[in-house]
Design a protein around this ligand. Structure first.
Ligand SMILES: [Zn+2]
Ligand SMILES: [Zn+2]
Length: 384
């Protein structure tokens, strides 16, 4: 087991995490959270602390000698969920909960900053600790931090996410794609309303929109390479007010998830073609609003190997697990547009573990120790 993280520091990290857990804040509203992070960082030696946006914090640690620049990132926001865990440090804010583990991410990066601030003499180069706001809500905080210049001069960026469904003590570092591009769309199919007993005098948008939904399923099954992957999910289909009235219009919505930029583009183009073709065929009209969300997170092979080697060195070969890419989105991708990097999973599972974004989501806090150790060893190795 890693000796980089003392029992005292582990207890401190758990304390930070519990404080944050009890006081969650939504995306772009991390006022108390960022103040807490700034104050805690201020109690460590030798950090230069900045506020690139109102609710984010970036701390810089300059090593004893010149060298490369490594950025380490944690996200800090919570979700609009009413907590039901019954924990003694459960959320004190109605309808807001750290149900994705970002409280743990913040505590892990604070812990890593404390250890590394104490080992400044061993570092050649510069460390930048990115405490990011608003990961859960597009357009996301990462983009704003990049625009504020936090990635200027950075050679490598590393981030982590707790995983409640992976055993505590494990680490997963995928090579290549690991989180999908997550786009959303809303649409309207317009016909002409009328009496349900006289459909020939109306233009029923329900049957047209139903055809659109059916045809959208052809995009993935018939136009995407079966070895590659994509998801098109229509999750909203709203129309009508009465059993004897043909409505004027149908509102649709859903999400598109892809890894490959070319597939992402072709699905989007195909979606417009299907809406146009089907509505035209039946004399209806449509509007389609397609919003590009976070880009896919694709780990650089060399960066992934650096992190995996650090994890093996600190936690042993048995800690390493294979992890499949997820179709969820993660705005860490915004940093990867500026520098290569890697995003890794920190197993935080226990017997009664429940998925993220659930009112009874919890983590095994022993995971924090593993996450800190991997961050610290990665930094020590990269800036050796
Ligand atoms: Zn989340
Ligand atoms: Zn998350």
């Amino acid at each position: 087991m890693s000796t980089l993280v003392s029992p005292e520091l582990e207890q401190q990290a758990i304390g930070w995490r519990r404080h944050l857990h009890a006081n969650p804040e939504l995306s772009f509203e991390e006022v108390e959270t960022s103040r807490f992070v700034e104050e805690t960082l201020g109690s460590f030696d030798g950090l230069e602390i900045g506020r690139p946006t109102p609710t984010s914090v970036v701390a810089t640690l300059r090593g004893a000698r010149p060298g490369r620049v490594l950025a380490l990132r944690a996200d800090m926001d919570a979700l609009p969920i009413q907590e039901e865990t019954g924990l003694e440090f459960a959320s004190t804010r109605a309808g807001v909960m750290h149900a994705c583990g970002h409280d743990g991410h913040t505590a892990m990066l604070l812990g890593a900053a404390k250890v590394l601030a104490g080992r400044r003499d061993e570092l050649a180069g510069e460390l930048r600790f990115l405490f990011q706001h608003a990961e859960e809500t597009p357009p996301g905080g990462a983009r704003e931090l990049v625009a504020a210049g936090v990635m200027d001069g950075v050679d490598l960026v590393v981030g982590a996410h707790l995983a409640s469904l992976k055993p505590v003590g494990t680490i997963g570092v995928p090579v290549g794609p690991m989180a999908a591009a997550a786009d959303i769309f809303t649409a309207e199919v317009r016909g002409e309303g009328g009496h349900a007993a006289a459909p020939h005098k109306a233009l029923d948008p329900v049957v047209v929109a139903a055809q659109v939904v059916t045809n959208l399923q052809h995009l993935v099954s018939r136009t995407v390479d079966p070895i590659a992957s994509a998801v098109v999910s229509v999750t909203l289909f709203h129309a009508g007010t009465a059993g004897n009235v043909i409505p004027e219009a149908v509102q649709l919505g859903g999400t598109v998830r892809t890894f490959d930029p070319e597939i992402r583009r072709s699905v989007r183009v195909g979606m417009e073609r299907i809406f146009r073709g089907i509505t035209e065929a039946h004399g209806a009209t449509f509007t389609l609003d397609y919003q590009e969300g976070y880009n896919a997170v694709v780990n650089d092979p060399a960066a992934a190997e650096l992190v995996a080697a650090a994890a093996r060195a600190e936690l042993g070969d048995a800690a390493m697990i294979e992890v499949e890419p997820i179709m969820g989105g993660e705005d860490f991708s915004a940093y990867l547009e500026k520098a290569p990097g890697a995003f890794f999973w920190v197993g935080a599972g226990h017997e009664d573990a429940i998925p993220h974004h659930h009112p009874r989501f919890t983590i095994d806090e022993a995971a924090l120790r593993s996450g800190i150790a991997v961050f610290v060893r990665t930094a020590l190795d990269y800036l050796a």
